[in-house]
Design a protein around this ligand. Structure first.
Ligand SMILES: [Zn+2]
Ligand SMILES: [Zn+2]
Length: 296
């Protein structure tokens, strides 16, 4: 049965849509043939022409992850990261696909730049690098990116990440196009007037430290506006790195109402609080800022 190309992954915790189970996985010619407890007994040993065996005891065995939010920084800031280096990190971490955020220099607001990112991803050849594109030209919030030509070239995700789209007129128009083109918009929820000069969550800690605060409401207001725009336009919307308890409540409510919205949170926002800043360690200075235990 088994050819030279077959692999048997033994004793791992298999995680799939039906949950977690302790099982072996038989792969032949790159296709999963069988998943089940102790199936390894059926196959010949490796030195007798059987499948290659991999001991996965105390490991998780699952299909590759997809990262919807990766900053690869190429073009423009290759000293921070390149597509090739980012791809290596992704594949080592178990990811099979990453969505490249468009806050590069130049920004991913044209077919040419998007194609460059895709091409660099293919050149690295390790994971699927899926370029997103900007909602507005150069992420400046003033003029919509060429949605039609970008969509025709296969771009399905649009965001000005790093910035929120401030102007409700622009955002409403973007959603009308998004609905028509069946593309998804991703919002970095931050009303910039409310976060000018801010460096950490606005609360007791920022008062103690005497640092300018970044209020939760800066996130919540934009989220609420966009949820109403989704309700009006029917556009699909994904909310990036939400950080407040109220945001989670609002998204949950919107989903229950059947609005086409999704959201993400980051590991640091569900594990750390603003108290980490008390030692002035800038490692904990992030956007959006670490919030309170109540939000965690
Ligand atoms: Zn980001
Ligand atoms: Zn962001």
């Amino acid at each position: 049965m088994s050819s030279n190309k077959s692999i048997l992954i033994i004793g791992g915790t298999v995680v799939n849509v039906s949950g977690e189970v302790l099982a072996d996985v038989m792969i032949d010619q790159g296709v999963v043939q069988e998943v089940g407890p102790n199936i390894s007994a059926k196959y010949a040993a490796e030195n007798e022409g059987g499948p290659r065996r991999i001991d996965a005891t105390s490991c998780v065995v699952t299909s590759a992850f997809v990262d919807l939010h990766t900053h690869l920084r190429e073009n423009g800031r290759v000293e921070s990261e390149t597509i090739e280096k980012g791809s290596r990190a992704a594949v080592l971490g178990g990811y099979g696909a990453v969505v490249a955020m468009p806050n590069t220099e130049p920004a991913q607001d044209s077919v040419a730049v998007v194609e460059f990112v895709r091409m660099q991803g293919e050149r690295a050849g390790l994971v699927d690098v899926v370029p997103s594109a900007c909602i507005t030209v150069n992420r400046a919030g003033l003029q919509l990116s060429p949605f039609h030509s970008l969509a025709q070239n296969g771009v399905t995700l649009y965001t000005d990440d790093g910035n929120g789209v401030q102007d409700p007129v622009i955002m409403r128009r973007a959603m009308e196009y998004a609905k028509e083109l069946n593309i998804t918009l991703m919002q970095h929820c931050e009303v910039s007037r409310l976060t000018e000069g801010a460096v950490m969550h606005e609360g007791c800690c920022s008062s103690h430290l005497g640092l300018p605060g970044w209020p939760s409401i800066a996130e919540v207001l934009m989220l609420q506006r966009d949820l109403e725009l989704v309700r009006e336009t029917g556009a699909k919307m994904h909310f990036l790195h939400l950080s407040t308890a109220r945001s989670v409540e609002l998204v949950r409510q919107a989903k229950n109402e059947g609005l086409p919205v999704t959201a993400e949170v980051t590991p640091h926002h569900f594990s750390l609080t603003d108290e980490k800043l008390s030692g002035f360690n800038t490692v904990f200075k992030v956007n959006p800022p670490l919030r309170t235990m109540e939000d965690v």
